[in-house]
Ligand binder design. Structure first.
Ligand code: G3H
Ligand code: ZN
Length: 273
């Protein structure tokens, strides 16, 4: 994905936001247009599971991307199922994350390399994750850290285009108090020739995100924060209007809240440090 490669070394980053509903996707694209900046529109394997299949929601996201006034890359996020990656390629998605982080290192390398070969043959860009310790949160469990030398070896052995690294964030946090290891980010940046990706960014305060990008993170994945602002806005409307039944009346404010949040984050990441 050329946008990401061009950002390496500039001190600027790009936001990658997870869409679950059509309203998320609309708001992510509108928020990027408001900021006048490119964006990555992510569909996770979990979101696919929620919808029951990839094709309908992917088509909606691709249509939104096609009519956007800024560059929008539709990305398959946290795919553990290789068949889902193959389906995404068939549907025209050209950016995927293969998540084999919970596998032992050698198996992660072998399976990631095979996925990279298939994706590159199709002209697609592959992000992978290097897991150090198992468990529910994999490489992003608190305390887990990516080793720079191992990361460099992993990238060389697999040919991935971007690497998700564990530097102190954790998925699905409802507070924004995660403290990132900026020194480790800088060492990873020096050791790894491809863009670095931060997952679990909802738990990182704005200043932490700004510093992470300044130290070498390029792609910043945000999911939970959008769900928090969406749900907060919907809850507020429904609390004030117990009689409401038309979903447009409460989903529109939720969509607006996501849009504003996306614009804010994109501007924060897009400013050169
Ligand atoms: O891949 C998606 C992200 O890592 C989202 O994490 O929901 O904690 O922001 P988050
Ligand atoms: Zn993630």
């Amino acid at each position: 994905m050329s946008t990401i490669r061009e950002l390496r070394g500039t001190g600027r980053g790009i936001g990658a936001f997870n869409a679950i509903t059509l309203e998320h996707a609309e708001a992510i694209v509108a928020g990027a247009e408001d900021a006048g900046l490119p964006v990555i529109l992510q569909i996770s394997q979990n979101a696919v599971k929620y919808h029951g299949s990839l094709a309908p929601f992917a088509a909606a996201c691709q249509a939104l991307a096609a009519q956007a006034t800024v560059p929008v890359t539709v990305h398959l996020d946290h795919a553990e199922d290789e068949a889902l990656i193959d389906e995404a390629l068939t549907l025209g998605i050209r950016s995927v994350m293969f998540d084999a982080a919970t596998l032992p290192y050698d198996e992660n390398v072998a399976r990631t390399r095979a996925v990279v070969e298939r994706c590159h043959a199709a002209g697609a860009w592959v992000e992978a994750e290097l897991g150090a310790i198992g468990g529910k949160d994999g490489a992003h469990a608190p305390g887990v850290r990516t080793d720079p030398a191992e990361a460099a070896a992993f990238v060389a052995a697999t040919g991935v285009d971007a690497l998700a690294v564990a530097v102190g964030s954790s998925h699905a946090m409802n507070s924004r108090d995660a403290v990132l290891d900026d020194d480790l980010i800088a060492r990873l940046f020096d050791a790894v020739p491809v863009p670095l990706v931060l997952h679990g960014s909802s738990g990182v305060p704005d200043e932490g995100l700004r510093r992470a990008v300044a130290h070498g993170i390029i792609k910043v994945n945000v999911g939970t924060l959008l769900n928090r602002v969406l749900t907060g806005a919907v809850r507020e409307v429904l609390a004030a209007r117990a009689d409401l039944t038309d979903p447009r009346k409460y989903l529109a404010p939720g969509r607006d809240a996501i849009r504003a949040s996306v614009t804010h984050t994109l501007r924060l990441l897009g400013e050169a440090a």
